[in-house]
Design a protein around this ligand. Structure first.
Ligand code: TV1
Ligand code: CA
Ligand code: ZN
Length: 393
């Protein structure tokens, strides 16, 4: 209508909890919750908080966690004490109860609080999308995609993503879950194996013998049966070492473009694990901040409610770069960033050892040889297209 002006851009909400970031998995453990503090200090030093609604997230309640997790698992998680499991040479892989207490999923002080805060942020973000108070909701403290109903796995204890998607399903008919962490999003995939209301798509390094968790082959599309409405709704994009921005961008656009066309999601949940960046301590890819961020930009342009989760990311300064860049995409400030130098002290202190001037987009780490052929990538798109023939929104 003439004379009526719409507010430009999207409403963005940012959900975090500073108490979550204080927890420690152990000295040498690659998962460092303080990477969240580093990310936030960079985001704030660019002044981005003024363009978003900022919330300190609550801890999720027991009942909220129980929307996905088994109560015997939650009860155990809530009562175990951080006693180190003594290392036994005779039995180096003891049967751990619920897979808790090993080196990947150690028991540490405040574990239950840490988990419920991660889930609380994700759930708050999902609720903002449900009430339409936000168009894009950001929960960098979430994204713990390996946790199962009754089992911890791969640094993940509580699957905040599944809990948040269950919330989204209360108000949106179909949710597209996309996972750009370098690891396969197995926990989320499995949780929604039997529904056609959630399509899961994971891009990951795939080498079943040598890379965690070993699942997510191209033809792993969930239990196939005519009685399972969820058949063909699990999509996997297995990749080799060294994939570049250019290849990833092409694949992401092709695969996600087709998924959106066929599945017609009403909301998107994007796990932005930053271990797919070049130079990651556990990762294998050659993605730059721009290539990683292009996935966020693509999802934003679809123009439907979007929730952004964190996830992996084991070179903390690169994690901060990526999630800061991606926050700027959400609020449409990415062009402004190039002309700004953050001067805030926490940022400078953390980056003072870098030889390069600490810019946002130039990440640390040597590139790896690229083991992805164009032929292989075309085969992936071909297979996904065939799977999607069975999908009818
Ligand atoms: C303690 C100290 C734990 C040093 C774990 C790397 C460590 C790893 C450590 C490690 C490490 C993994 C496996 C082997 C399964 C095990 C947040 C047969 C230098 C989402 C989880 C990766 C990734 C788990 C999580 C993997 C996420 N890799 N040093 N552990 N066993 N576990 O391979 O997707 O990013 O590596
Ligand atoms: Ca992934
Ligand atoms: Zn990962």
């Amino acid at each position: 209508e003439a004379g009526v002006t719409r507010p430009k851009g999207y409403n963005v909400s940012f959900h975090c909890n500073p108490d979550m970031e204080k927890h420690h998995f152990g000295q040498t453990h690659p998962m460092k919750p303080w990477r969240l503090t580093l990310s936030k200090s960079l985001i704030y030093s660019y002044g981005m908080s003024f363009a978003m609604d900022n919330y300190i997230s609550r801890a999720a309640t027991y009942e909220e966690l129980a929307s996905f997790h088994a109560t015997d698992y939650l009860d155990f998680l809530g009562t175990v004490l951080p006693e180190p499991v003594p290392f036994d040479v005779e039995n180096p892989n003891p049967d751990l109860k619920f897979n808790l207490g090993g080196s990947d999923c150690p028991l540490f002080e405040g574990l239950y609080d840490y988990c419920s805060m991660s889930a609380g942020g994700a759930l708050d973000a999902a609720r903002k999308l449900c009430t339409k108070q936000s168009d894009i909701a950001i929960a960098w403290g979430g994204g713990l995609h390996h946790a199962k109903k009754s089992e911890a796995s791969g640094f993940c204890y509580i699957n905040d993503i599944v809990i948040a998607i269950l919330q989204l399903l209360r108000c949106y008919p179909r949710v597209l879950y996309i996972d750009i962490d370098v690891h396969h999003g197995d926990g989320v995939e499995e949780a929604f194996f039997s529904t056609d209301r959630v399509m899961t798509v994971s891009f990951h390094k795939y080498d079943p013998q040598n890379f965690f968790p070993g699942t997510g082959a191209l033809d792993d599309n969930g239990p196939q049966s005519e009685h399972n409405p969820g058949s063909h709704h699990a999509i996997n994009v297995p990749l080799n070492d060294g994939i570049t921005d250019e290849q990833y961008d092409w694949l992401f656009n092709s695969v996600i473009g087709k998924c959106i066309e066929k599945f017609r999601p009403s909301a998107i949940a994007l796990q932005c694990g930053a271990d797919s960046l070049a130079g990651d301590r556990l990762g294998r890819f050659n993605l730059q901040v721009q290539g990683h961020g292009a996935c966020v930009d693509f999802c934003k342009r679809v123009g439907i409610p979007l929730i952004l989760f964190g996830g992996g990311g084991y070179t903390p300064r690169n994690v901060a770069r990526a999630w800061t860049y991606e926050t700027s995409i959400a609020i449409d400030h990415q062009d402004k960033l190039k002309h700004m130098i953050p001067t805030h002290t926490p940022w400078r202190d953390h980056f003072r050892h870098e030889t390069l001037f600490p810019t946002l987009e130039q990440i640390l780490g040597e590139p790896r040889p690229n083991r992805n052929t164009q032929k292989k990538l075309q085969d992936i798109v071909q297979h996904v297209t065939e799977q999607l023939r069975f999908v009818q929104a």
